[in-house]
Design a protein around this ligand. Sequence first.
Ligand code: UD1
Ligand code: CA
Length: 450
Amino acid sequence: MSDRSLLVVVLAAGEGTRMKSRLPKVLHKVAGRSMLHHVLAATRAAGATRTAVVVGPGREDVAAEATRIVPDAQVFVQTERLGTAHAVLAARAALEQGADDVLVLYADTPLVRPETLARLRAPLAEGAAVAALGFEPEDPTGYGRLVTSGDELVAIREEKDATTAEKAIRFCNAGLMALAGKDALSILDRIGNANSKGEYYLTDAVEIARADGRPAVAAKADADEVAGVNSRIQLAEAEAILQQRLRRAAMAEGVTLIAPETVFFSADTVLGRDVIVEPNVVFGPGVTVGDDVVIHAFCHLEGAHLEPGVSIGPYARLRPGTRLEAGVRIGNFVETKAAHIESGAKVNHLSYVGDAHVGAGANLGAGTITCNYDGFSKYRTEIGAGAFIGVNSALVAPVTIGAGAYVGTGAVITSDVPEDALAIARSRQVVKEGWAREFRAARAEAKKKA
Ligand code: UD1
Ligand code: CA
């Protein structure tokens, strides 16, 4: 990685009206994380040394997300929306601090990869003053056009200001731009707004640099990577592209996806080798999966840590705080939450295990339920190693089942069970010989008389 310092300026002051949402556009999620988070993750991976985020007035929520991801990010408010160059200048204080390279990105372009940022920035080290990122969209309408001459970038012409000849150019401006730190402020300060929109166009940086005799160049990216998100439809398109990437990356690293198009990952999903994922599985944020894990069909996982050799599902739901040690088996229609289940334990059918610790090798029968909530507080259940819980048992927390203990079927356990003990907690079975036959006879007689 380059040892040049890099200031990243992320523009996030857009109104996002086409999203038709109370939530600011850049906080909408793709693969489980906000678009702003994706952009900041890419810039961090590309070696950002300082980060400035430009937000709209009153957007404390966007500012909070920025500093959650990059704690030392500087947040600037663009009070009036007067164009992309005006937005970058909202971060003037950060630009004044100086950096070798400055990279401008939009927070609504979440799919950009660190490698592409590195490619965009590289010409600055060779003396370029401006580098723009271009792509060839299927339909260039609405984009600025990159006017090139050989390797040089001559100008970026906004659609509204373009001649017919310029409109025929298919090479379009993605919006991302790299600027030499020593030139950035001087260039930005000379950008005017004498154009058909009356806006301060960042794209004018190209012609100003060239007028100074400083070179400008264009890099190229895949259309998929620089797709901006303005609507829910484009949000779904970005999701599809990113899921495709995540699936391919998982398979490339040794994960079998039987029906890849039905498996949904989060950007932070971590998968080991020889993991098998059956169809229709959703990975929410915060999931790590060890080697040789099998995830059967129709599982939903979030905030869960699965150690090697675990098997879950079909139809398992692992909620945040789940930790499954090596070889644990979680079967169909089982829900876990804040549950640490030690190695080799089994919860095979129709159970809820929440706020619980289950020791190694314990066996929870079908329908075992931890009753962890009384409507006000949550309570913990401790199940010792090797304990055996009979089917359809309610464990009323707080409660401890000792190691090696047995709990008889159908129990309602309200007090602790000692190690190696048997607890039976159900009403005794009563048998009345012939009762049913006599009952039927009496009913038939009564009917005849009526
Ligand atoms: C811009 C580019 C255009 C490029 C296109 C790619 C300019 C002048 N034009 O056009 O060449 O093809 O992006 O999508 O730069 N923003 C602010 N404050 C502002 C204005 C914009 O924060 O005052 C942010 C927006 O939130 C958005 C980004 O900058 O994320 C781009 O703004 P937008 O108005 O969408 O620019 P375009 O007209 O699409
Ligand atoms: Ca736009």
